[in-house]
Design a protein around this ligand. Sequence first.
Ligand SMILES: [Zn+2]
Ligand SMILES: [Zn+2]
Length: 98
Amino acid sequence: MSRRLFLKALSTDLVRNRQVTRPTLSYIPKNLRKRIRPQQNILEDITAPQNEPGPSRGRCGVCSRANDNKYSVKCNKCGIFICKTHTQSIFCSNCVDR
Ligand SMILES: [Zn+2]
Ligand SMILES: [Zn+2]
């Protein structure tokens, strides 16, 4: 095969590949989204708890911003941090009122 023919064949091959891959590329979002989605969901489920272990201490949710102290006690119902004043058994005063 001469160099000229080789280059011509190469160029047509490249063009052919482009023509073949272009429509498949446009299909990628439709086809791959279905495949990728569950994989992404799995990855998110695995990474989310590792990246966000959650603070062990926080401000009292009942006192809001007035009380800047942090507490380690959480309401057993709504999960907000509660200070000793607003701790009623294992619930915050908000949940006890309801
Ligand atoms: Zn409080
Ligand atoms: Zn609560």
